[in-house]
Design a protein around this ligand. Structure first.
Ligand code: MN
Length: 257
């Protein structure tokens, strides 16, 4: 199995090294990751300038690694172009959770989405960061278990995996779709000029069975995702309304002689 690893925290993140270590037990691994942090860049792609690829000066225990001056989605496009027959893209392990609505902003998940757009399985992996860095040695067996569950699954698929700091097991979950409380926090820079931070707080509590609920209860959360954003219920309702309108018009029209 040929495994391409990327992330959105940049190639120097300890999370990508931890993922490469586990992934190398499953097949041939290469790393193609952004040269600087690209968190919350979502599914941006670079289209107005060329991309460059440089060999990484840091080692991943014998794994070839390259850094790209682009986004996570760029790394997947470039990586799969240069390394044909990639079987799966793994993205992470992100330093910070990607649960519920944060999926919309996530560069980590965008890399996995880009894989699926290119016809390759994509798996995003994330873990929360507290006051200390994540204990990746503790997560190691759970990362291996998640990859065991997902890598051999047939078909083209997209998965979002989140690890709590101290996992007690694995849950299959759905995305938490509660709206978040997003707001701007104003501040002052050292020159006395105003600046602004955008921040979000998830609305409590998380519904049982969701990704947020699982991680809050110390379970590894695995959510199968799809790229179809269509609101199928709404589409059905609208189509029904349109059909009824046409029926009414037909009924109201004078009978032709
Ligand atoms: Mn990140």
């Amino acid at each position: 199995m040929r495994i391409l690893i990327t992330n959105d925290d940049g190639i120097y993140s300890p999370g990508i090294a931890a993922l490469a270590k586990v992934a190398s037990r499953f097949g041939e691994v290469i790393v193609v990751a952004p040269d600087v942090e690209q968190s919350s860049m979502g599914h941006a792609v670079t289209h107005s300038r060329p991309l460059s690829l440089k060999k990484s000066p840091i080692t991943f225990e014998g794994i070839e690694a390259f850094r790209v001056n682009g986004t996570p989605a760029d790394c997947v496009a470039l990586g799969t172009h240069l390394y044909a027959k990639t079987d799966v893209i793994l993205s992470g392990i992100n330093m910070g959770p990607n649960l519920g609505n944060s999926m919309w902003h996530s560069g980590t998940l965008a890399a996995a989405k880009q894989a699926v757009l290119l016809g390759i399985k994509g798996i995003a992996l994330s873990t929360p960061v507290g006051k200390t860095e994540p204990d990746f040695d503790k997560l190691d067996p759970f990362v291996e278990e998640a990859l065991n569950l997902l890598l051999e699954r047939p078909g083209l698929s997209l998965f979002n995996v989140n690890f709590p700091p101290d996992p007690q097991g694995v849950k299959w979950t759905r995305q938490s779709v509660r709206l978040y409380d997003g707001y701007i926090v104003p501040g002052m820079d050292p020159m006395g000029r105003k600046h602004y931070w955008f921040t979000v707080s998830p609305l409590e509590p998380a519904d049982e069975g969701t990704d947020r609920w699982a991680v809050e209860n110390n379970f590894v959360s695995i959510t199968p995702l799809r790229l179809d954003l269509t609101n199928h219920d709404e589409l059905r309702n609208i189509q029904k309304e349109m059909d009824e309108k046409i029926d009414d018009q037909v009924k109201a029209a004078p009978a032709s002689s």
